[in-house]
Design a protein around this ligand. Structure first.
Ligand code: NDP
Ligand code: 2IT
Length: 449
């Protein structure tokens, strides 16, 4: 294992998010490699950590003032052993190859866990949609797709949303894809309901996170009723995580954006959540407005340079981080445990730092790792692909039931894999092992390609 880490560090010394994810992965799969020598003989791990294809491209576009901008576009097609590459697009100024590679790597195992036939990929751009007009976002999406279209397709690579890419962006991307290909196909997911989208796809990631948390609690006969939850983020995943917590009887105390967080001791109820959805999804405003509208709640600006986020210091039972990677430091983890949190279920991808995960493990916190807990989004993307191929659409109930069954199956699979390999109860190891074995066996079956 050491030689693999040494190699990737030497090849790409700046890709530290990618190194982080590989280190975490390698630390959990050793027992599998010991039992299955063919994986080592066939260099399965070395093959898995090298993307099948990496596409980097220029995205030139013009703003409303006529000024020309150039952004960097990315698509990492990581692994197609079990299906077409599948995974979201992220538009955020911090996007770089390290971040896209870590996300693409996680996506491979996540998609494998969903039970659906999807390989893994991820893409995006270092474009910042904040403060941009609809026209600017449209022109950016069109310029981005003017290159990406040649690499994707319903049986090749199927992108979707992620940070900064929601319904609006998928619409513009799809429109350009359709025009360039002269074909109406399901080459993107997260589409609008009237043009090939699936019911429940917007809700799916957040709902899935809470279904997963409910499964974890259910093992000890508990549920979410009355549980105080700290949620971070206020985008797609956070909003529907909060919504499902409320539906299952829990209480949501916090939400955040990149400027700060809100704390509402009385709980963010469904009426208040509607206010947030309108604020974030339609007016594209900042969360601080919440405290002006609901003066009994507080808004706290957060200095990103701080080594901890006070959001994680409030007394609570559960935490669902749903903003971004590495948002929970070791110190945050200590604050969470000191505040009484017993369950952490990850909505964002890799929100817990290695130090945080270590702390949760030492304190026997129920820890739902992102690749298992947030797989509901891509699972319903898989269901959207199925509906598109059949030219049919399923009802809310059908899709929601399938989502719940998939989350239950992922939960069961993680626990079974963990038990089989001597790490009973370790969801992180279980998720890595179960995801890994399925991909590795498919790669072995398909030969050296
Ligand atoms: P959105 O763009 O809808 O929302 C992102 C939220 O996180 C916003 O509140 C944003 O605040 C905040 N945020 C983003 N970057 C940072 C940062 N660097 N520091 C602090 N806050 C930040 O994205 P999603 O809700 O879709 O994604 C959230 C997380 O969930 C990501 O990790 C994503 O990879 C993951 N995910 C998403 C899935 C999906 O289906 N959409 C599926 C599975 C995982 P601000 O508005 O200030 O930028
Ligand atoms: O991280 C993720 O799983 C996503 N952003 C969703 C991917 C998808 O293809 O629906």
């Amino acid at each position: 294992m050491e030689h693999i880490l040494a190699t990737i560090t030497r090849q790409d010394p700046e890709q530290w998010e990618f190194h982080q994810v590989i280190r975490e992965f390698l630390a959990t799969i050793a027992p599998v490699l010991d039992r299955r020598p063919s994986y080592r003989q066939q260099a399965i791990v070395e093959r898995m950590i090298e993307p099948e294809r990496t596409i980097l491209f220029r995205v030139p576009w013009m703003d409303d003032q006529g000024k020309v901008h150039v952004n960097r576009g990315f698509r990492v097609e990581m692994n197609s052993a079990i299906g077409p590459y599948k995974g979201g697009l992220r538009f955020h100024p911090t996007v770089n190859l390290s971040i896209i590679k870590f996300l693409a790597f996680e996506q491979v195992f996540k998609n494998s866990l969903t039970t659906l036939p999807m390989g893994g990929g991820k893409g995006g751009a270092d474009f910042d949609p904040k403060g941009r007009s609809d026209g600017e976002v449209m022109r950016f999406c069109q310029a981005f797709m003017a290159e990406l279209f040649r690499h994707i397709g319903e049986d090749t690579d199927v992108p979707a949303g992620d940070i900064g890419v929601g319904a609006r962006e998928i619409g513009y991307l799809f429109g350009m894809y359709k025009k360039l290909q002269n074909k109406f196909t399901g080459a993107l997911t997260g589409k609008g309901l009237g043009w090939g989208g699936s019911l429940i796809r917007p809700e799916a990631t957040g709902y899935g996170v809470v279904y997963f948390a409910a499964e974890m609690l259910g093992l000890s006969g508990e549920n979410l009723v009355g549980k105080r939850c700290l949620v971070s983020g206020s985008g797609n995943v956070a909003q529907f995580t909060a919504e499902k917590i409320l539906q299952l009887g829990g209480k949501v105390l916090t939400l955040s954006d990149s400027s700060g967080y809100i704390y509402d001791e009385e709980g963010i109820d469904s009426g208040k959540l509607d206010f947030i959805k309108e604020l974030k999804n339609i007016r594209r405003g900042r969360l601080g407005e919440y405290a002006q509208h609901y003066p009994r709640a507080s808004y706290v600006a957060v200095d990103p340079a701080l080594e901890y986020n006070p959001l994680w210091m409030y007394p609570a039972d559960c935490a669902m981080p749903a903003a971004t990677q590495n948002e929970i430091s070791g110190r945050d983890a200590r604050h969470l445990v000191e505040g009484g949190v017993r369950l952490v279920c990850e909505g964002a991808n890799m929100p817990s730092t290695p130090a945080a995960i270590e702390f949760f493990r030492e304190h026997r916190i129920l820890f739902g790792p992102s690749k298992a807990a947030n797989a509901g989004g891509v699972a319903v993307s898989g269901l959207e692909m199925a509906q598109d191929s059949m030219r049919m659409s399923w009802s809310r109930e059908v899709v929601d039931n399938r989502l719940r069954m998939i989350m239950q199956s992922i939960h069961r699979t993680c626990l079974e894999a963990a038990s089989t390999y001597g790490v009973a109860g370790d969801y992180l190891a279980g998720a890595n092992i179960a995801g890994f074995v399925k991909i590795a066996d498919a790669m072995l079956d398909q030969g050296l390609v």
